[in-house]
Design a protein around this ligand. Structure first.
Ligand SMILES: C[S@@+](CC[C@H](N)C(=O)[O-])C[C@H]1O[C@@H](n2cnc3c(N)ncnc32)[C@H](O)[C@@H]1O
Length: 389
């Protein structure tokens, strides 16, 4: 399964995956390239962070002046509230501070703010960060963090994987600009997909095909199925596949048209065996659409609806394509042409697998291959824009 590492993370309720500096830098560069003033005079909130060692805090504090930020706020979650009970010791930075409190260090979250040149060295950077304990644990759902959310112009973080759905609802409700890390499979959430369809949320600039490596805690407890994979720059890191950035900040990559071949050329020259040499693209039995199993096999001249893998969103250019719906949410989007009966689902299972069972044909697009009904993977239904049908 493509996202098995993430599922494991969810099952283990292990949310301690820390984003690497270069991943943040690379992603943010795309927004700055598109709009150099994207952060100018803005208050940026970094919730679900650990500001003492977070690369998000470090990156935005170091670039405070260059980005023209008005204020940076970063908050952490109390160690006692974390699901992952690893070894915890307050940093020397905290212990040496007069406000250090033995009890609060585990029970309360912390808030770091940056807005002025505290040190008087003529620039605003990491050395000017000020901190105190939050009155609460730093839970993003708490009143205390909600108030900060409402104060912010832009919210940026890698939120806990196990709470991604809740976090997304929290951020969408705020109607703020944001940039967050999540799993590509979240696009199927009924809270998220309509917003992607309406071009209110999109995927970030970093191509996510290879997954992303996150730093894991030094004392990470390795379950059999979930070991740390390698070291990068002397730190233990784990790869999480299918991870992408979700945002409503604009970037140039999503306005670049996807280069495509015509139907005829795909059938002649495609590198995919499902397409090359065929007389036509497979047509679904239960949608009025063709099945396009790979994004690079989308034909340039097909004017009807096409079912494409969800990874298409990484290449989605809203000027080039319209998103019509998603196979799995047919009730929500009403694009189905046929609903199979239970008897048909049982019959299809027997025909395909040679034993009794139920093939849930209604859960996806269905093509007929070698005379048998076959479900395809999750599909998004799209159409070319500016084409007469
Ligand atoms: C995936 S980690 C990412 C940390 C950091 N943002 C980064 O990218 O390096 C998510 C963090 O959220 C914290 N967390 C878990 N539940 C939370 C909650 N309800 N409210 C705030 N933070 C939470 C976890 O303890 C963890 O430190």
């Amino acid at each position: 399964m493509a996202n098995s590492n993430l599922s494991n993370a969810k099952n283990a309720k292990n949310d301690e995956f820390y984003t690497q500096y270069h991943d943040i830098e690379k992603e943010v560069a795309a927004y700055l390239e598109y709009n150099p003033d994207v952060f100018r005079d803005k208050t940026v909130l970094l919730p679900c962070d650990d500001p003492e060692w977070s690369n998000f805090t470090k990156f935005f504090a170091q670039n405070f002046d260059r980005f023209g930020l008005k204020k940076l706020i970063s908050t952490s979650y109390a160690p006692d509230s974390k699901t992952y009970k690893g070894y915890y010791e307050p940093t020397l930075f905290e212990q040496n501070d007069p406000q250090y409190d033995k009890e609060k260090t585990t029970k309360n979250g912390k808030i770091f703010t940056l807005s002025h040149d505290k040190s008087g060295d003529g620039k605003i950077d990491v050395n000017d960060l000020e901190w105190e304990y939050l009155t609460s644990s730093g839970d993003f759902k708490s009143h205390e963090i909600m108030k900060l959310r409402d104060e912010a112009d832009i919210i940026i973080t890698n939120p806990p994987f196990s709470l991604f759905r809740e976090f997304l609802a929290w951020i969408v409700q705020a109607e703020k600009q944001f940039l967050v890390i999540g799993n590509i499979n979240a696009i199927t959430y009924k809270e998220l997909f309509p917003l992607i369809q309406k071009d209110k949320i999109w995927l970030g600039a970093t191509n996510f095909n290879t997954g992303m490596y996150f730093k894991v805690p030094d004392d990470f407890v390795y379950a059999d199925s979930y070991k740390f994979e390698r070291e990068q720059n002397g730190e233990k890191v784990n790869r999480v596949p299918g991870v992408c950035w979700f945002t409503n900040l604009d970037h140039g990559r999503r306005h670049r048209p996807l280069p495509l071949m015509s139907v005829a050329d795909n059938l002649k020259f495609s590198s995919h065996k499902e397409i090359k040499g065929k007389i036509a693209y497979a047509h679904y039995d239960n949608y009025n659409a063709i099945e396009v199993p790979y994004t690079d096999a989308i034909p340039s001249d097909y004017t009807g609806t096409m079912g494409v893998p969800i990874t298409f969103l990484d290449k989605y250019n809203p000027e080039q394509f319209e998103i019509c719906g998603m196979c799995e949410n047919e009730n929500l989007y009403g694009l189905k042409t046929k609903i199979y009966t239970t008897a048909e689902c049982k019959q299809a299972y027997f025909a395909k697998f040679g034993k009794p069972g139920t093939y849930d044909l209604n859960a996806s697009g269905v093509v007929i291959r070698d005379g048998l009904q076959e479900k395809v993977y999750q599909r998004i239904l799209i159409k070319h824009k500016n084409t007469a049908e």
